[in-house]
Design a binder for this molecule. Sequence first.
Ligand code: FMN
Length: 159
Amino acid sequence: MNEEAKKKLLRMIPHALYILTCKCEGKVAASTVSWVTQASFHPPLVVVGLKKETHTFEVVRHAQGFVLNFLGSGQKDLAQKFFKHVGPEGNLLGGEVFQDSPVLKHPIFPKMAGFIECRIIAMVEKGDHAVVVAEVLEAECGPLEGPLLISTTGWNYGG
Ligand SMILES: Cc1cc2nc3c(=O)[nH]c(=O)nc-3n(C[C@H](O)[C@H](O)[C@H](O)COP(=O)(O)O)c2cc1C
């Protein structure tokens, strides 16, 4: 394997940034994620690479669902807050007001580009991230313009 080429090319796969949230049996999870893509029109499916051995993965696996909150193109500061574990404080997550999503009741942030509610239909656990396949059950646009592309931030996740 040419490690340098693998790293360079895998980092060329374009990604945006999202805050993945989940709430289940009193536990709340929120992580910034980038490994997201659409994978089917009918039904509408998305695929997310979710790091195993994290609080977020544990809560999501239990809930069998999650919300992807789409960051606005200027919300780099908010993305940065969820690179590490953040717990809820009242109705705040990372200092941002959150509320329940309409169908699955996972946290959503009103001041973003929007959100999709997803129900997990399959999971492949072969690597350090689980490949999570999920059906989009509901979607709502927010007041901000997105996406926040990882290529505009100077950050990398991949390779
Ligand atoms: C730029 C960047 C992109 C990331 N993308 C992902 C991702 O696609 N999937 C993932 O599971 N974690 C990703 N992470 C790591 C999570 O943000 C991190 O594991 C999470 O905040 C852990 O929170 P928890 O301990 O509350 O579960 C990324 C981190 C960075 C810095």
